[in-house]
Every structure is written in C-alpha cells, then in structure tokens.
Design a protein around this ligand. Structure first.
Ligand code: NAD
Length: 328
C-alpha cells in the first residue's frame, strides 16, 4: 500500500508513518514543518520506501499529484494546540478548513480512501459523560477563539461526511481525545510534555485553572493502531469514531503523579487562564470518550495505561536532555 500522510512530521503523524513503514508500506509525508519537525522523522527518513515533501496542504498543485500517487490518505495536518489557536486564530481556521477541503478534493479526484483526524474539542461545552459520537456539539461565543478550532474540526467532519454521501468517497473520521507520547512538544500548550519538562528541571509545574478539570490521555501507539484499523475497515467509511482512553485523571493529580514519577522537587503553581493564554478561555471539566463504537467496529481499545505512557515520555525526555547536554 502507498500511503500519503499529511502532517506526518508532527507528533502523531510521525508515529503513524513509522508504523506504516514497519508494516511494509510505502509512505509519503507532506508537512510544512509549522509545528512539526524533521527531528520527528529522522529515525526513518532514509527508509527506502519513505519520501518527505515539504509543502502546504492548501496547495492544490502539490496535493493532487500526491493523492494520485497514493492508495490511501491519512489527513492529520492541522493547526493544533490551544495556545497556537488562541494566538493565531486566522491561521487556525484557514489551515483546518481550506486545508481539509483541498485534501478531500484531491482524494476524491482519484477515488482515494481517506481518514480525517478530528478532535474531541468538537463536543465543545457538552457536559455528557461519556461522549458518544452522535451527541450534540455545544459551542461558546464566536468571541472566544478556542471555539474556532472546535468549529473548524466540526466543518472538517461535515465536509468529509458530505464527500462520502455525495460522491461515495471512502471517508472515515477519527475524533482524537488527548494523545500523549514522546515527540509531543509542550510549546503549544500541551499539558503532559509541559509538566514533564518542568518536573525534570525542578521548576514550578504550572497548572492552568483550578486543576480540577479531568482528562483521559491515550498513548500514541494505541492511537496509531486505531487509525490503521479504521483505514483497513470498509464499514468505517461514512462514520465518526472516538479514539481515546477512558482512564480519567484530574490535571492536579496528573501534576502530582509526574512530580512523583520523576522524583522532582518541583512545586505546583496555579495560573489563571487569562494569564496563561493572555485572555480568558472557556474550559471543559470532563472529557471522556465512549469507546463502544470503535470497539464494535474494529475491536480496538487502548492497551497502555497512563503510568506506562508517562514512563515512556519521562525516559525519552531524560534522554533528550542528556543528548542536548552532550552536544553543547
Ligand atoms: P502536530 O502539530 O504535531 O501535527 C500537525 C502537523 O501538521 C505538524 O507537523 C505541522 O507542521 C503540520 N501542518 C500544519 N499545517 C500544515 C499545512 N498547512 N500544510 C502542511 N502541514 C501542516 O499535532 P498532532 O498532535 O500530531 O496532531 C495531529 C492531528 O491530530 C491534528 O489534526 C490534530 O487536530 C489531531 N488531534 C490531536 C490531538 C492530540 O492530543 N495530540 C487531539 C485531538 C486531535
């Protein structure tokens, strides 16, 4: 199989590309390196069946031949991270909506199956526990940039489902919940790498808000299994699937756990959202996926518990720090 992975130099995309190569596929990654990096693909960039194309998914002339040369398209490129979204709202909307439209048009022109990475943000302020894929989406005011990301991902889903209904294109949609693993950067507000980096330096671990908000973190290798499983499954076309873990933890308990696991002397500090993001943002207290649909369709459920995932991240971050010290 020849797979095109948009956003493949990013966190999740690089693990997906690596796994596809390991399974004997040809892989082309297209990425503009805006939040991704060549470092993420360095361990496999010389693989004989791997190709990297630096470019923007909004470029039709670039995307059409790439789709033509592929059998399937994994569409992961997007503007990601609450911090980036709040700071660059125009960029977020354009990348996510225009980009997805171009990728879908290209896939449709050549009849290529496509999986679109959506997000649990799509549920917005809905307070259901757990979230089922057909639940209502509840967004806040358009004054709050955060909802532009949620809305842009919802439009991506509408577009994908419209291509399925109108043209019969094989489109599956994965709604990713918080995904974690080595290579994830803390630069755009992702909580686990931020906490781990601070704890390893014995610096204060900054909890945004009260810390009572609860999240479920899923290990990236499990997420990759789900993505590939959905792409391989004919019945997944035209449907939306939650991809995440149901193991819930409060953000304060996460900070405690990371401080303990790293043997850190870090103290916790509570930072109001207005200070952390430069403006108020609305946050959700809980976000738990209902995994019944994906389990029934492809038999998938996560196998890595949070403690194991955190251990992998801590070990890899320690190694990264050691390597940086050796070089400097
Ligand atoms: P990431 O930022 O590491 O990956 C996104 C990649 O897309 C980056 O490599 C970036 O350079 C690339 N990109 C952005 N705009 C581009 C453009 N215009 N043209 C080409 N490439 C472009 O983020 P990630 O965490 O790996 O996220 C991957 C996907 O999963 C995204 O669609 C994201 O919305 C979704 N998602 C992730 C999470 C999570 O917890 N990580 C949760 C929900 C949804």
């Amino acid at each position: 199989m020849k797979a095109l992975v948009t956003g493949g130099a990013g966190f999740i995309g690089s693990y997906l590309a690596e796994r596809l190569l390991k399974d004997g596929n040809k892989v082309v990654v297209v990425d503009n390196l805006s939040t991704g990096s060549l470092k993420n693909i360095e361990s496999f960039e010389k693989h004989p069946t791997f190709d990297f194309v630096e470019g923007d998914i909004r470029n039709v002339e670039l995307m059409e031949p790439l789709a033509e040369r592929s059998d399937v398209v994994f569409h992961l490129a997007a503007a990601v991270g609450v911090k980036l979204i709040v700071e660059e709202p125009v960029h977020t909307i354009e990348t996510n909506i225009v980009g997805t439209e171009v990728v879908l048009e290209a896939a449709n022109k050549f009849g290529r199956k496509i999986l679109i990475a959506s997000s649990s943000e799509v549920y917005g302020k809905n307070e259901a526990v757990p979230f089922g894929e057909d639940d209502d989406i509840v967004f806040g005011s358009t004054r709050m940039s955060r909802w532009s990301y949620a809305c842009s991902k919802a439009i991506d889903e509408f577009l994908g489902l419209a291509f399925y209904r109108q043209y019969g294109l094989g489109v599956a949609i994965g709604r990713f919940f918080n995904t974690i693993g080595p290579r994830q950067t803390g630069r755009y507000g992702m909580v686990v790498p931020r906490f781990v980096q601070r704890a390893l330096k014995n610096e204060p671990v900054s909890i945004y808000g009260t810390g009572r908000q609860r999240r479920c973190f899923c290990y990236v290798a499990d997420v990759v299994d789900a993505i590939i499983g959905l792409m391989d499954c004919e019945q997944a076309a035209g449907k939306v699937y939650n991809i995440g873990s149901a193991e819930e933890i409060s953000i304060e308990a996460l900070a405690d756990k990371i401080i303990e696991m790293t043997g850190s002397k870090s103290k916790k500090e509570f930072v109001p959202y207005e200070v952390a993001y430069g403006r108020p943002i609305e946050d959700m207290m809980r976000r738990v996926p209902n995994l019944a649909r994906i389990k029934e369709t492809i038999g998938w459920e996560p196998t890595t518990i949070l403690t194991e995932a955190l251990q992998e991240i801590i070990t890899s971050e320690k190694l990264r720090i050691k390597n940086v010290k050796t070089i400097t």
